[in-house]
Design a protein around this ligand. Structure first.
Ligand code: ACM
Ligand code: ZN
Length: 720
């Protein structure tokens, strides 16, 4: 907290500037007119003057505890008679607080509901006086989505309502529900009860989790669960009242092992199949050459379309290996009969058939960007997840697009480099999620094709509902602002301040949200700077790698300290609040050794090359892409050194090996930086060698003999 000088304090109180409201997502237009405060006394009542606002008024009443009356309320919902104020958007609303009343106006139920949500955020500041404010608000994008994967791990149907509540509070309007995959079939289909009798249950929780990390077992001790049609109808209605469309995803032609377990005749080989308890991509997919498959899928989509009124239905389409199709007589016969040159054409054929079937029911398909191939129907909406390039290409080809690129929108990725629960890998901190812009790099003439954006909660590493909550909150707020608010209203610093109120909302709603670091730590020349906005906080820090605790040195919450002299590697700092709560630990690296790294490989996030030469195996360089053949990663000393042994450690395991290790690569040294001497090949991520006696070493490097599809982690060059 900054202490205002008495003069400033006096001046600001004279100006009587209204404290800015902490609204998320930030509204399109907000201003604070002069005037007296609205007093929220016990006589205030809510009143809806239009049937379209009845749900919103009741919702506001239940959430706020303010009773509603048929007439003469002071919090009023009424029809908006100048819709241009909100671009005539059914989701738009105006909200006006004056001394005498609060009025929410809109033209449709969704707008009234969002007006109520905004008012709840205003009311929850807890003050009984509300300064005048005028808001005119409407969304930037029509598709503001969050996908939940209920296949890899199952979530309780009752909890799904809590999930919907959170989405609705952030003006998210699409809940994309991933209901089928290799690890489970989660939707009751009356015509095929075996889909859930067999396909909804697997031997164990899988993915390396302890059995007690979930409660979702049946009486036989099998892990899983499914949503009955009755439960689904209830959830669809619950979501709909809250402005949310549930878009079901029934995966095809890949990610179908759970269905194949129930109906093995629908695979190319006929099985036997076993429900997966791990992640990855199965070679066993639906047999796209089998007419019985289309009968089956049409029956399934009959029931799906009946359950979900959504105009758009997700058919998956991602990660479908075609290896079985290449040798399957039925698939080969189908390709000949339909004149399909390659197996990818068979995938498009399969997707198009379902698209056509659904079109006859007045529905459209959406699929992951793999479906964008020759011959795919123009009508298909493309969900771009492998970056935004597939989406941009699709928009140019005339497809509507939802952007959901991994590097901003994969909320199964970790929220920080250290101190986080096991996750899929990858990194999407809150600030990164905030940078998401669905229209980025899309040429102006195709921007109208971008329906919006979406975050994805793949649940491989979310064994229970609490972990889903942790991965979603607070990042859903960053997403919300990226898809709702005007681009020029976005500002991360301002957002971070408004988030302080949002964290309290998470507390009240009992969300297992990820607590903020609450602090920005920066390194200057010989200084460390702490910047924190939590009132009454102090900062504890260490320089020896240990976890800051109550006995560690303390600093004020906003200060610049001189770094003491010494050979430090790491600064760890963390906020201590007066109520005893602690922030997450922030880490910054201080001194890197004199070795200079030269490489064309780009770092992922801040896994910078220098971390491979900082003397610490726990910190590492991480390339942001697969490694091409011939690539090098070289460390140069400032002058030639003599030493006897060299050990280079790569890969995700602390001592080398595991994912993202150097595969077909050789460790080399050079005395002049020009001629290189190969010393050892990498084996399980490690290369160790003795240096020929008397050889001065100016540089050491990893050279890749072949390309590798994995990224690269370089932990350390160690010398003796
Ligand atoms: C995906 O992440 N496979 C769509
Ligand atoms: Zn086949």
């Amino acid at each position: 907290m900054k202490i205002l000088s008495p003069i400033l304090f006096f001046a600001s109180s004279l100006l009587a500037v209204a404290a800015e409201l902490s609204l998320i997502p930030v509204p399109a237009k907000i201003d604070y007119p002069a005037g007296g405060d609205f007093v929220l006394d016990s006589g205030v009542r809510i009143c809806s003057a239009v049937p379209d606002a009845d749900f919103a008024a009741g919702f506001l009443s239940r959430q706020s505890g303010i009773s509603s009356v048929p007439a003469d309320g002071k919090i009023i919902f009424e029809q908006l008679d100048t819709p241009q104020k909100i671009n005539a958007d059914p989701e738009g609303y105006t909200l006006e607080v004056t001394e005498n009343q609060i009025v929410i106006r809109a033209i449709a139920p969704a707008g009234f509901f969002y007006g109520a949500q905004t008012l709840l955020q205003i009311l929850d500041c807890g003050n009984d006086k509300i300064a005048p404010v005028r808001i005119a608000d409407y969304p930037r994008f029509r598709w503001r989505g969050v996908m939940l994967d209920s296949a890899r791990h199952f979530q309780d149907p009752q909890w799904i309502k809590k999930f919907i509540d959170l989405l609705a509070s952030q003006k998210i309007n699409v809940f994309h529900w991933h209901l089928t995959d290799d690890q489970g079939w989660r939707i009751e289909i009356k015509k095929f009860p075996q889909l859930t009798r067999v396909g909804a249950w697997r031997d164990g929780i899988g993915f390396g989790f302890r059995p007690d990390e979930t409660e979702h077992y049946n009486s036989e001790g099998r892990y899983g669960g499914f949503y009955s049609q009755e439960q689904i109808r209830e959830l669809v209605a619950y979501a709909r009242e809250r402005g949310i469309t549930i878009v079901p995803e029934i995966e095809l032609p890949g990610h179908a092992v759970a269905a194949l377990c129930a109906l093995p005749q629908l695979g190319c080989t006929g099985g036997p199949y076993r429900i997966w308890e791990k992640g990855g991509v199965s070679d066993d997919v639906y047999c796209a050459g089998n007419e019985a498959l289309y009968d089956f899928l049409e029956d399934v989509f009959d029931e799906v379309a009946d359950l979900f009124p959504s105009k758009i239905i997700h058919i998956g389409g991602d990660e479908c290996p075609q290896i079985r199709w290449k040798t399957c007589p039925r698939c080969q016969a189908k390709m000949r009969a339909e004149n399909l040159a390659v197996t990818m054409d068979l995938q498009s054929y399969c997707v198009n058939r379902i698209a056509k079937f659904l079109k006859n029911k007045g529905r459209r398909i959406i699929g992951w960007d793999e479906i964008l191939a020759d011959g795919i129907t123009n009508d298909a909406v493309i969900m771009s997840w492998r970056g935004n390039s597939g989406g941009i290409r699709a928009s140019k080809l005339g497809h509507d697009v939802v952007m959901s690129p991994t590097n901003y929108c994969y909320f199964d990725y970790s929220q920080a480099r250290t101190g986080e629960p096991r996750s899929f890998g990858g990194l999407v901190p809150l600030g990164r999620a905030y940078e998401f812009d669905p229209a980025r790099d899309v040429p102006a003439e195709f921007q109208n094709r971008i329906l919006g954006g979406q975050a994805n909660l793949w649940s491989e590493y979310m064994p229970n509902e609490a972990q889903v909550e942790y991965m979603l909150a607070p990042r859903v707020c960053a997403l919300a602002e990226s898809v709702w608010s005007p681009a020029d209203k976005k500002n991360y610093e301002d957002f971070s301040k408004r988030m302080l109120a949002q964290y309290k909302r998470f507390e009240r709603a009992k969300w297992n949200y990820r607590k903020p670091e609450g602090i920005v730590v920066r390194l200057g020349a010989g200084t460390m700077i702490f910047d924190c906005d939590l009132p009454g906080a102090t900062v504890a820090y260490t320089l020896d790698g240990s976890v800051p605790d109550k006995n560690s040195p303390r600093a004020a919450d906003q200060c610049t300290l001189t770094l003491p002299k010494g050979d430090f590697k790491i600064l760890k700092a963390r906020v201590f609040l007066p109520d005893g709560s602690l922030g997450k630990i922030c880490e910054r690296y201080l001194n890197f050794p004199k070795a200079l790294v030269k490489t064309d490989l780009l770092p992922y996030e801040n896994f910078i090359p220098e971390k491979a030469v900082d003397g610490d195996r726990n910190t590492f360089f991480w390339a942001n892409a697969p490694v091409p053949a011939g690539a090098t990663f070289a460390a140069f000393f400032d002058s030639a050194k003599t030493f006897s042994k060299i050990n280079c450690i790569t890969g995700k395991n602390e001592n080398g090996g595991g994912g993202d290790k150097a595969e077909n690569a050789v460790l080399e040294i050079s005395s002049d930086g020009k001629a290189w001497l190969p010393l050892a090949y990498f084996s399980n991520g490690n290369a160790r060698a003795n240096i020929p006696a008397g050889t001065p070493v100016l540089a050491m490097r990893i050279r890749f003999l072949k390309a590798q599809s994995n990224w690269l982690v370089v932990r350390e060059f160690e010398i003796e």
